[in-house]
Structures are given as structure tokens and as C-alpha cells.
Design a protein around this ligand. Structure first.
Ligand code: GLN
Length: 486
């Protein structure tokens, strides 16, 4: 059962080949058996899952048509889940049990999905390798010596290893797409504002966006259908109408124009990754698409501008963790100042502290214009590059990351090398457009993800393009041997 799609499991549940309780038990057993090697979960919610599965079985018996009813999924541990520990992989929130439910998880619950647990991640979603977790690094199921990508590394590893049918992730600068690419699964970062951020612990509010991570584009479409749409609890959530994201998956691609930005194929891109991407593009040509070279000239400025804007917003968002209201408080503080200082000093990990300092510096008087405002101006240029490109092409394709998954520890001492991993993903968040990563081959035995970027609110088009590729190829059906050996 573990390599099946949401649609095929939904059919089995409806045909009574299996119950949601049985399916959930299967997944819980696999988590027990295999997650010791991967560390993809922070919390497994066995009792909650079984109770939800029982309820889902009743819903299905009563004729529910929801594709997600009874499907066991996992949530990144930054979605607040009512009554369930939510840590953001930080010591700061080691004991935080939210009194409310995020919109994303609430909508999936309303669709009848079963919550297996909360997945590991980089602390406060800051990272590209899932090595910055208070609960330890996550391993890549394709090779346990390699990182799964980050920050949604737990979600990606769990789905790739069959420890959840699908999962939620969040993407501030690539955190859905890059781990999806490193673990060989499909992931979608929606348009900024397509999905509510209510109840998502904030990293950089103008960039954060939640989305699905699953075994196929079609599975992503089912999840997006559940979570997309206006929410009065998030003032940045868009009122643009949602579409039926599964209706046009099979639409032919004849006449589609694909833009290939020359900057995405320059120095720094691993040759084998480049070859896999070029082969994937050829597959699209066979499906009737035309290819056009384009330019996104400000790509190189995405790293400096993102690494000013994201830490600035983070420094402001994370000021709420003061040891007073919730979360970690240091032992025996001398006075109020001592409590603030030591609670934050002891509660936040190194990468988080570094970003708070960078952000506070960039926002401070005298530096605001020089750094933050300048970064915002560059952001505007990056957005304009995309707007111009989409006047000529329907979608843009390129690699997700310059390399496949790297070794655990390989980049931890070199923050610049780590930040450079994000070169192909950050500009999408700065512009606010949607983008996917789908499996497109292997290099050196590790999965390679193809990135497909779309115009604002063109999620249905992206899913259609990705689905047609997955109908013509079988990269997305490959599973790591950890799975086969189980
Ligand atoms: N790697 C990027 C960062 O560390 C992106 C993280 C994310 O998308 N949450 O900021």
C-alpha cells in the first residue's frame, strides 16, 4: 500500500478493500519500524490518528466524496495543531501545545484527512538541509549519509520513505521544492496568498507559503484543493477564486511555451543535474511544447536580497519568544533582563540567533535604507523580470538546486555555500509566483528535481504540466530501497 497515490487509496477505501483504520495502522507500524533511521517525525500522534481514522471510516460509509477522507498524512511541525505539541523544531517551543488549529490543518481535517504526526524541520524553517533541528538531523531515505534538504526535510523524507501518503510543507525560499527535489517527490509552492498562513508559525511573513508534498502532481492537486482559498483570519490571503485543481490535469500540452532562463544553466550547476533537466525538457517537446530561451537577469541578486529581507522579518517575528508568554524559560532568572536574555540565548539555536542578529542589524536606524530598502528595491526588479518573462512564455523551467542532496555535515561550516544552494528557488518567493518540483531523473544515484514556475495563480496550469510529464515518465514512481526492504 505504501507506494500508492491518494486517488488509488481513496478508491480502495470507498470499495471497502481497506479501512482507514487499517491503512493508518499500516503507516503507524512503518513509522515505528523505519523512522529510527530517518528521524523524519518529531511527534507521532497515534491515538489521535486512530480516532480520526475511525471517524473517516464513518464519513466514507456515509458517502463522503472527499479525496482526502481517511488518507494518513503528516504535517510540518510549524502548523499549530490544537492540543498537539508544535515545536517548530526549536528548544524555544519544546513544550508548546497550541490552543487552536491552523487553517491548513483545519481544512485538511475537515476534508477527512488523518494526522499521523508532526514532521521534523530546520528550526523555525531556517535552513536548506534539515541539520538545524533541535531534535537532530533528518536523513535522506535514498542515502542515509545525505541530507533530505530543508527546511521541510522531515515531510519530504517521510513521504519518500512511505511513512505518510503525503505531507504539508512551507516554502519561504525553497523549503518545499528543494527537499522534494532531494528526496524524489513532488512539491508545490503556491502563489503568495493562495493558502492561508493563519496558525503557521511565522518565519518571514511576506515570503512564507504553505503547500503540498506528495508522490505525484495529482496528489498535490487533491491537497491544494482542500487548503487553498480565502481565509478571513489572514489579511494577506487572496480573494482570487480557487479553481478545480484536478479538472484539467489531462489537458494536452500542445502549444505550451516553456521558457528556459539562461541564468539557470550557468556556472555552478552540476553537469549531471543539467543533463537530467535537459532530458526532461526534451520530454516536454515530445508532448508538443515549444522551448524558448529567456533571461531573468537579476537572478544573482536574489541571494543577497533574500538574506536581508528574510532575517529582517524573522527578527521581528521572533521577538515574541521572550520566555514570558509561552515556550522555554531559563532556570532561576536574576531579573527580567536576565530572563529575556538567557531564555532567548538558551532557547534558540545558532542559525536562528545568527539570523535574528543579521535582521536586527539590517532594520536598525541608519542601516534600514542601506540594506532593507535596497533589498526591497531589488525584490521589485526580480518580480518585474518574471512579469516580463510571462508575457512570452506559459511556464518557466530549470533546476531546483545546483546539486543533488549533499552529505550530512558537508556545508554546515560554510554558510555561504549553504545559502548558494537556494540560488534557483529564492526569486520565486521574492516575486510571489507559484512553482513546483517534480522528480526528473537521477544523478549519482540521487534524485533530481525539475522546477516548473508559473504566473500568479496559475497553480492549475503547473499541475497540468507536471501531471502530463508524470503520465509520460516514471521517475515519480521510484522508491528508495529502505522502502522496498521493509
Ligand atoms: N533555505 C532558505 C532559508 O534558510 C529557505 C528556507 C525556507 O524556505 N523556509 O531561509
Amino acid at each position: 500500500m505504501i507506494d500508492q497515490s491518494i486517488a488509488s487509496l481513496a478508491k480502495k477505501l470507498r470499495d471497502k478493500d481497506i479501512s482507514s483504520v487499517e491503512l493508518t495502522q499500516d503507516y503507524l507500524a512503518r513509522i515505528k519500524q523505519l523512522d529510527g533511521q530517518l528521524n523524519s517525525y518529531i511527534t507521532v500522534t497515534e491515538e489521535v490518528a486512530l480516532a480520526q481514522a475511525e471517524a473517516a471510516d464513518k464519513l466514507i460509509a456515509a458517502g463522503s466524496t472527499s479525496a482526502l477522507a481517511g488518507i494518513p498524512i503528516a504535517h510540518k511541525d510549524l502548523f499549530c495543531t490544537d492540543g498537539i505539541l508544535t515545536t517548530c523544531a526549536s528548544k524555544m517551543l519544546y513544550n508548546f501545545v497550541p490552543p487552536y488549529e491552523s487553517t491548513v490543518t483545519a481544512r485538511m481535517l475537515a476534508s477527512g484527512a488523518v494526522t499521523l504526526g508532526k514532521t521534523n524541520m530546520d528550526e523555525f524553517a531556517m535552513g536548506s538541509s534539515n541539520e538545524n533541528s533541535h531534535f537532530g538531523a533528518v536523513k535522506n531515505p535514498w542515502n542515509l549519509d545525505k541530507v533530505p534538504g530543508g527546511s521541510s526535510g522531515g515531510s519530504a523524507a517521510a513521504v519518500a520513505a512511505g511513512l505518510a501518503v503525503a505531507a504539508t510543507g512551507t516554502d519561504t525560499g525553497g523549503s518545499i521544492r528543494q527537499p522534494a527535489s532531494f528526496c524524489g517527490i513532488s512539491g508545490l509552492k503556491p502563489t503568495y496568498g493562495r493558502v492561508s498562513r493563519f496558525g503557521m508559525i511565522a518565519y518571514a511573513s511576506s515570503l512564507d507559503q504553505a503547500g503540498p508534498m506528495a508522490r505525484s502532481a495529482k496528489d498535490c492537486a487533491h491537497i491544494l484543493q482542500s487548503i487553498a482559498g480565502f481565509d478571513a483570519n489572514d489579511s494577506t490571503c487572496s480573494e482570487v477564486a480557487t479553481e478545480d485543481y484536478t479538472a484539467n490535469l489531462d489537458a494536452p500540452l500542445a502549444g505550451l511555451t516553456i521558457g528556459l532562463p539562461k541564468e539557470y544553466f550557468g556556472d555552478g550547476l552540476n553537469n549531471d543535474v543539467a543533463t537530467a533537466i535537459q532530458d526532461a525538457v526534451k520530454e516536454f517537446e515530445k508532448l508538443g511544447a515549444q522551448v524558448k530561451e529567456i533571461s531573468l537577469p537579476n537572478l544573482n541578486l536574489s541571494i543577497p536580497s533574500y538574506y536581508v529581507i528574510a532575517p529582517s522579518e524573522a527578527s521581528s517575528n521572533l521577538s515574541r519568544f521572550d520566555g514570558v508568554r509561552y515556550g522555554y524559560r531559563c532556570e532561576e532568572p536574576k531579573d527580567l533582563m536576565d530572563m529575556y536574555k538567557r531564555s532567548r540565548g538558551e532557547g534558540f539555536g545558532k542559525e536562528v540567533q545568527k539570523r535574528i542578529m543579521v535582521g536586527t542589524y539590517a532594520l536598525s536606524e541608519g542601516y534600514y535604507d542601506a540594506y532593507y530598502l535596497k533589498a526591497q528595491r531589488i525584490r521589485r526588479l526580480i518580480k518585474e523580470d518574471f512579469v516580463k518573462a510571462f508575457e512570452e512564455v506559459d511556464v518557466i523551467m530549470g533546476p531546483v538546486a545546483p546539486t543533488t542532496a549533499f552529505g550530512i555535515g558537508a556545508k554546515t561550516d560554510d554558510p555561504i555555500a549553504m545559502y548558494l544552494e537556494d540560488i534557483y528557488t529564492l526569486s520565486v518567493n521574492l516575486a510571489g509566483i507559484p512553482a513546483m518540483s517534480i522528480p526528473a531523473g537521477f544523478a549519482d544515484g540521487m534524485p533530481v528535481g525539475l522546477q516548473i514556475m508559473g504566473n500568479y495563480f496559475a497553480e492549475a496550469k503547473l499541475l497540468n504540466v507536471a501531471h502530463k510529464f508524470q503520465q509520460a515518465t516514471d521517475w515519480h514512481t521510484k522508491t528508495p530501497s529502505l522502502v522496498e526492504g521493509a
